[in-house]
Design a binder for this molecule. Sequence first.
Ligand SMILES: O=P(O)(O)OC[C@H]1O[C@H](OP(=O)(O)OP(=O)(O)O)[C@H](O)[C@@H]1O
Ligand SMILES: O=c1cc[nH]c(=O)[nH]1
Ligand SMILES: [Mg+2]
Length: 212
Amino acid sequence: METLVVDHPLVAHKLTTLRDVRTDSPTFRRLADELVTLLAYEATRDVRVADVTVQTPVAPAHGVRMAKPYPLVVPILRAGLGMLDGMTRLLPTAEVGFLGMIRDEETLLAETYATRLPDDLSGRQCYVLDPMLATGGTLAAAVQFLFDRGAVDVTAICLLAAPEGLAYMDKVFANSGRPIRLVTAAVDDQLNDSGYIVPGLGDAGDRLYGVV
Ligand SMILES: O=P(O)(O)OC[C@H]1O[C@H](OP(=O)(O)OP(=O)(O)O)[C@H](O)[C@@H]1O
Ligand SMILES: O=c1cc[nH]c(=O)[nH]1
Ligand SMILES: [Mg+2]
């Protein structure tokens, strides 16, 4: 998986506050929203556009518009929902599909409880949103869903990633022949025995929406 760690002082500043255990839920939500917009700016560098000409008050000007089919943005519920507004602010014409996935806290295996995606994704650029890439089980399953429906171009945007998750993605998709990109604010040190990213930021879903 091609991985881009966005090296920017504003990204580092916002991520540091997100990590801070004293940051409350409203602030965490706002920062996650701001951070995804900064990451999305890099993640959409290759978004498809088509040439157009517009008339300025002075003369014709050559430019570009987003090409059809428009990109598909896929937040992974629940925590990925906290990244959706920040993404669609940058890509207002994107369509949105949903995947609901939860990781079993004992086995760390991802289970899918909801899918709402177009049946045919051939030719679509897909952007998966999930704040945390830990063991990689959730992201691998999400990318496989998109591949199974014909997607060939998948970019994941994660606020934080663990080396174990990157290695797992490389292992699972080694022979897929389809490129996968990851854009993230940081690759942390490791996972702990409970599968949490260290130092990480804790449980992203709980910090966004509360413990359920
Ligand atoms: O890489 P993995 O080991 O699969 O772990 C990462 C997943 O765990 C978290 O979701 P969680 O299962 O806590 O669900 P939630 O978003 O509803 O909190 C996170 O948002 C990822 O989806
Ligand atoms: O550190 C982690 C790992 C998985 N899910 C989270 O929300 N946080
Ligand atoms: Mg969670």
